[in-house]
Design a protein around this ligand. Sequence first.
Ligand code: AMP
Ligand code: MG
Length: 504
Amino acid sequence: MPHPLSPVVSLPEAPAPSTATPGPWTQRYAALGEDFVAPLTPSPLPAPYWVGRNDALATQLGLSSDWAVSDALLQVFTGNQVPVGAAQTASVYSGHQFGVWAGQLGDGRACALGQLADQEVQLKGAGPTPYSRRGDGRAVLRSSIREFLCSEAMHALGIPTTRALCVTGSNAPVWRETQETAAVVTRVAPSFVRFGHFEHFSHTQQHAQLRTLADYVIDHFYPECRSAAGDDGPYVALLQAVTGRTAEMVAHWQSVGFCHGVMNTDNMSILGLTLDYGPFQFLDGYDPAHICNHSDNQGRYAFHKQPNVAYWNLFCLGQALIPLIGEQEHAIAALETYKTRYPQALATRMAAKLGFAQAHENQRPLIETVLKLLAQERVDFTIFWRRLSHWAASMDAGNASVRDLFVDRAAADAWLADFRALHAQDASFYSAAVSARMLRTNPKFVLRNHLGELAIRAAKTGDFSVLHQLQTVLVDPFAEHPTHEEWAGFAPDWAAGIEISCSS
Ligand code: AMP
Ligand code: MG
């Protein structure tokens, strides 16, 4: 008998399900039942076309190598046709948005198909769900391209993230500030459970469901927490494990200059994955107080506030888990670990950026000084670290490529001398190895706002070639790609005028 949440729906215009469609599907999250997910009726998009595809991920998911020419798959990943065995559900969650309790939210435009090769697959923008509230359930082309490119760019940088399999488009109109066109991103992750899922069941006093959710997450993703002693042991261990993963994720963000933009608790992954790419931005010039989200008037999610916001969000998660954790002190103790985990994680990342095999206390002045210098002069963050990585191969007097980034050349020279001196303290120090390590840590290419904008502008005219070329560079961001030197350069003046808001 088919699972009640797994209707095999073939919509009127769409071709019949084909054996070329992916599978077998399993239902893990949807199997938790109607308190967790609601079935949804799909809303087809007319005449879909491929915008972007990720062959490497397709292979991992077991799709056949000819998926690019499959009309059945084009229909499936637009939400126009349901593969045999897949479900169509939206999950319910709540959350704190901009520091304020927002009540019930839920997947307002994500349709979960279920699990393929142990990965959850979601269609974002495939139409209204029971949780759409006043939204249209759609996503526009520009934000879908940004999510697609950035998910894979982050993955290639070694940063925990949800993945993106493909984007399809349709000329169906979608209204935002102006008329735009629709697109669907197929997102992939081991789980899309958010802090907000826990908050939902806690705030609505559904404590049995809260326990079911926590057990689900522990059993599938944190099995090591199961054996923790005491009735509340596994839940305290879970809170501590999520705290650790979140600390690692944010340290990664800070080390590459990634600004998430909307760190609401409903956008925080229980697996510590970067989730919900909206108004994100990679810093161009280093401005710690940079606010990338045009809708964030208070600067709550400014770049330098991200580590503290993550901690605040973890407290919301801890609060939500209190019905399962007997002693409040146990939750607080688990959360307290953030205060050591985050600085440790950041120190590890910064040590790697500086070419050291390990973090050490004596690197701290070097890090503090350079970040202050970069901030004072708004030096381009990515270009600085990349040029430093090349110069590290010689560490000689020919340091113009780095010092010329600064107005205060004397300060730059002094810092470079300190950098060399600290490396030279290691008797086995070998500058070529330091440089090689740094070039594998400090990317040449990140998805700067203006690069995404170039891909979007071309895509709006039906030309996806910029997107595809950008994709090849971003999935291999530590290589030189000499034919795309212009994408590694400074942001043009017009980049400052790009406004990215929550509208997507
Ligand atoms: P976000 O700001 O993208 O994290 O979204 C916050 C909430 O609004 C989530 O519950 C989303 O599912 C929902 N949402 C965002 N955009 C739409 C839309 N166009 N239609 C329906 N729901 C949406
Ligand atoms: Mg969201």
